[in-house]
Design a protein around this ligand. Structure first.
Ligand SMILES: Nc1ncnc2c1ncn2[C@@H]1O[C@H](COP(=O)(O)OP(=O)(O)O)[C@@H](O)[C@H]1O
Ligand SMILES: C[C@@](O)(CCOP(=O)(O)O)CC(=O)O
Ligand SMILES: [Mg+2]
Length: 304
């Protein structure tokens, strides 16, 4: 039996735009998804969503991961148990953490010998299979851990910053939001393409600010990024309420993270202000989540 785990993530900048090849900066967080895999006489998948066999409705990401792994091993009989610290469908990359952790568990159970780069690439393919469109960002960061600029895969350092996450507790679906953006882009190609390209430029400026530890500039750029995410229809009333209340308590900046439409927002604040920002998020109806950025990517936890 193998147990593996992989982290979720937050976006400082660039979600959605990165699906179209623009820049994004994404950070792995300490909340993880744990996957246990063992040999069985048939395929069985167990999670908070229930029990199933290979089932693209109930367990799309695990089912797609198993299908992709069949290229490397005869994955016909396996039992998979999923436990996650990440809220599901909330912009914190639960799908990527689940996908990457599943691939790593199967990689070790069937002795496939896949490298981390191969795991990240397979994970990207799985997100593509399920969502009909995806960027390599979430799966790459979940595999490697740390902070990365995508698509260049440049590793960055973000030290001593206070990040507060606020959950609206309204789920969303990345597949649906990514499809909505694609539809808007088809309807207004020039406008939406230039918005996505501006988000890429914000990320580019953001990289400079991250490298200099210039949190004030990072915050201002996050706020501009949020305005553009709103403009392409991935914001929501609940997200805006949490974002504006975090800003009102002196956060450097605040924006949604991940696909949007619901789910989570993030605020960047001085360490002396994170408690106030957290309280403001709570008063505005959100649930603050305490976590940190981590360098720990996918790992095998136990082998028996
Ligand atoms: N713990 C889990 N158990 C079962 N399925 C999960 C789990 N975590 C994530 N998933 C799968 O990932 C989907 C959510 O992924 P997505 O829409 O990309 O949102 P996000 O990645 O932001 O959480 C769920 O609908 C489910 O199919
Ligand atoms: C919207 C997007 O940029 C990020 C989605 O993140 P999440 O699934 O909401 O955690 C899609 C992608 O990069 O594949
Ligand atoms: Mg996802």
């Amino acid at each position: 039996m193998i147990t593996s785990s992989a982290p979720g993530k937050i976006y400082l900048f660039g979600e959605h735009a990165v699906v179209y090849g623009e820049n994004a900066i994404c950070c792995a967080i300490e909340l993880r998804t744990h996957v246990q895999a063992e040999f069985n006489d048939h395929i069985e998948i167990n999670s908070v969503l229930g029990r199933s066999g290979l089932n693209f409705e109930k367990h799309p990401y695990v089912s797609a991961a198993i299908e992709r792994m069949k290229e490397f091993a005869p994955v016909d009989g396996v039992k998979i148990n999923i436990n996650s610290e990440l809220p599901v469908g909330s912009g914190l990359g639960s799908s990527a953490a689940l996908t990457v952790s599943t691939i790593q568990a199967l990689n070790h159970l069937f002795h496939c010998g896949l490298s981390l780069e191969q795991i990240a690439d397979l994970g990207y393919n799985v997100e593509w299979d399920v969502q009909g469109n995806a960027s390599p960002t979430d799966t790459y960061v979940s595999t490697m851990g740390g902070v990365f600029m995508l698509p260049s895969r440049r590793k960055l350092e973000l030290n001593d910053c206070g990040i507060v996450i606020g959950d609206t507790k309204k789920n969303s679906s990345t597949k649906k939001l990514v499809t909505n953006v694609a539809e808007l882009k088809n309807r207004f190609p020039e406008i939406v393409t230039s918005i996505l390209s501006t988000i890429g430029k914000i990320t580019y400026c953001g990289e400079y600010s991250v490298c200099n530890g210039d949190y004030e500039s990072i915050g201002k750029l996050m706020n501009i990024n949020q305005g553009l995410l709103d403009s392409i229809g991935v914001g929501s009333l609940e997200l805006s309420q949490l974002i504006y209340s975090a800003r009102s308590k002196g956060a450097y900046g605040a924006k949604l993270t991940g696909a949007g439409g619901g789910g989570c927002m993030i605020a960047l604040a001085d360490a002396s202000k994170t408690v106030d920002v957290s309280d403001a998020i709570k008063s505005a109806g959100g649930v603050p989540i305490t976590t940190n950025i981590t360098d720990k990517g996918v790992v095998v936890e136990t082998k028996r």
